[in-house]
Design a binder for this molecule. Structure first.
Ligand SMILES: *Cc1c(COP(=O)(O)O)cnc(C)c1O
Length: 229
């Protein structure tokens, strides 16, 4: 067995164990393999081990890999910061965008989604740590942004995404994930139907699952340490 396939199995075991601890069904947790900085061959190997959904953070890098992997049936998720001048290739070449933090970007994605394609699945990214350097809208702006995004014709608002402040303290991690969870639950009582909480990475997927994550984004634990970017 290759390193990538044994790493993938180990991550799935972590998900299973976290679900057992949280009383959740592992079938309710999606796994996104985050391949940024790794070559297309590494993603191909993960696909060979059964992985189908891949997350990328940089548009040019992602497009190059998509071209190399065009023979595979993969589901591509854009999870990085998105500038308005890069929305078109993202609207054209991805199934999901997790990093919508302002309406202008969502409007462009909707306008640029090619006719005949299913709606682009979207998560609104929320800054749950309050750090000024972090991407994402403020939690108190999220409701209005979500309601506006939900109205756009070629997008399907699926849920919320967050990257909490890195911490060794699991109580703090859980509190930040809890902010996202409570926001999602509140929006669902207010008429939206958000089925996705995109949260949890290599070092904190257990806390995220405990707090209600439905989609974890895992890079290092599958592909190894990143040496660039
Ligand atoms: C890189 C990245 C990940 C994966 O992080 P790991 O710690 O390598 O698992 C997840 N989400 C986003 C938004 C990322 O940029």
């Amino acid at each position: 067995m290759t390193t990538i396939s044994s790493n993938l199995q180990a991550v799935k075991r972590r998900i299973d164990e976290a679900c057992a601890g949280a009383g959740r069904d592992p079938a309710d947790i999606g796994l996104l393999a985050v391949g940024k900085s790794f070559p297309a061959g590494a993603l191909r190997e993960a696909h060979g081990a059964g992985q189908r959904a891949f997350g990328e953070s940089y548009v040019q890098e992602a497009l190059a890999k998509q071209a190399e992997l065009a023979d595979l049936d993969l589901e591509w998720h854009f999870i990085g910061p998105l500038q308005s001048n890069k929305t078109r290739p993202v609207a054209e070449h991805f199934a999901w965008v997790h990093s919508v933090e302002r309406l202008r970007i969502a409007e462009r994605l909707s306008a640029q989604r090619p006719a005949g394609r299913p709606p682009l699945n979207v998560c609104v990214q929320v800054n749950v740590s309050g750090e000024a350097s972090k991407s994402g809208c403020a939690p108190d702006q999220a409701p209005d942004l979500c309601r506006a995004v939900a109205e756009l014709p070629n997008l399907r608002l699926r849920g919320l995404m967050a990257i909490p402040e890195p911490t060794e303290e699991s109580a703090l991690a859980r509190r930040q994930f809890g902010v996202l969870r409570e926001l999602r639950d509140r929006l669902n009582t207010e008429g939206l139907t958000l089925d996705t909480l995109s949260m949890g990475m290599s070092h904190d997927l257990e806390e995220a699952i405990m707090a209600g994550a439905t989609l974890v984004r895992v890079g290092t634990a599958i592909f190894g340490e990143r040496h660039t970017t």
